[in-house]
Design a protein around this ligand. Structure first.
Ligand SMILES: Nc1ncnc2c1ncn2[C@@H]1O[C@H](COP(=O)(O)OP(=O)(O)O)[C@@H](O)[C@H]1O
Ligand SMILES: [Mg+2]
Length: 310
């Protein structure tokens, strides 16, 4: 359905662009009305902004343009899903936003600070304090217990051991793994391992959670529970979440879907609009079916006859 929708949007790209701009400024106005003077743009509400971001990997003679002039704004507290075919640049984009890599060209602002020109030590600082990562392959250290895995990023923040133990217990309990704290990853199921990774991502109370296909290696039930934790976090703590997914059912739990193709964002879809459109399509299909149904047609004709005879 989303694919179809994106196709349709592609054809009327310009129009959507205009609508998008109008919607964007409308949202901006609403926020401004509530929180800030009218003459200020909603810049204070943007936590991530990418301006004309390019990433080119050079491999000998070959250049791969993984990102090609990507522009994006993410609002504070927004839940954004990123979709797109394999190789379209989703992970590259996440790595840029997560300060794991720097762009070849363009600017990336995190909380108003340009991170595209920062040196590694500053990037590491930001990464540790502001960002929590969740990867498709969990990326847990296999020799450490769940608790030690969650404690690890806190070590880099210089937090004392007692406090680290307390925090890791709190988050492992939050993801319902209080009884598995001393297990190593290979003693846990895929879903449990991903929940340890979520607890680890949450341990620093990050402002932004970046989840790159967090449900990609999980069965649908474990995937659903991971998704529920992310939604809870988004709702209750107002954490900004960017989640890459292949699964449109999962993407539809976000507020907005950005669709990437060939290193560019080709469409932004507002999830409420998609749901409304789907409901309308379903209603129209039902109506069409009932029109085509001879029994219903017969009833309609006879009702019509009665009315006209009256
Ligand atoms: N470290 C790298 N070196 C060279 N090419 C890379 C590297 N990482 C990604 N690429 C290339 O960049 C493009 C985008 O990759 P990626 O961001 O992983 O896409 P996605 O996550 O959407 O599947 C692909 O063509 C991929 O082969
Ligand atoms: Mg990827």
């Amino acid at each position: 359905m989303i694919q179809k929708f994106v196709g349709r949007i592609g054809r009327v790209g310009k129009h959507v662009g205009r609508v998008g701009k109008r919607m964007g400024s409308h949202i901006g106005r609403l926020i401004d009305d509530e929180k800030a003077p009218m003459n200020r743009e909603n810049a204070h509400d943007i936590v991530i902004e990418l301006q004309n971001v390019w990433k080119t990997y050079v491999m000998g003679e070959v250049k791969v343009h993984a990102l090609r002039g990507l522009n994006l704004q993410v609002r504070k507290g927004e839940f954004l899903a990123v979709m797109g075919p394999s190789g379209s640049g989703k992970s590259t984009f996440m790595n840029m936003v997560g300060c794991l890599d720097i762009p070849s060209k363009g600017k990336i602002f995190l909380d108003g600070r340009d991170i595209s020109l920062m040196k590694e030590s500053d990037l590491a600082q930001i990464r540790g304090k502001k960002i929590g990562f969740i990867f498709q392959k969990f990326n847990l250290l296999t020799t450490m217990t769940a608790r030690e895995n969650v404690m690890l990023p806190l070590t880099f923040q210089g937090i004392p051991k007692v406090k680290r133990e307390e925090i890791s217990k709190k988050y492992l309990e939050l993801v319902q793994l209080g009884d598995r704290m001393n297990h190593t990853p290979n003693e846990l199921s895929g879903g449990q391992q991903q929940r340890v990774a979520i607890a680890r991502a949450l341990a620093n109370s990050p402002e932004v959670i970046l989840a790159d296909e967090p449900t990609g290696n999980l069965d649908s039930q474990s995937g659903q529970s991971v998704l529920e934790f992310l939604k809870k976090l988004h709702k209750e703590k107002g954490t900004t979440i960017i989640m890459v997914t292949h699964d449109e059912k999962i993407a539809k739990h976000a507020d907005r879907i950005a669709y990437l193709k060939d290193g560019m964002i080709v469409a932004h879809l507002d999830v409420d609009t998609i749901k409304l459109k789907e409901a309308q399509d379903a209603a129209m299909e039902k109506e069409d079916k009932s029109r085509r149904d001879p029994k219903i047609m017969e009833k309609r004709i006879s009702v019509h006859k009665i009315i006209t005879a009256m």
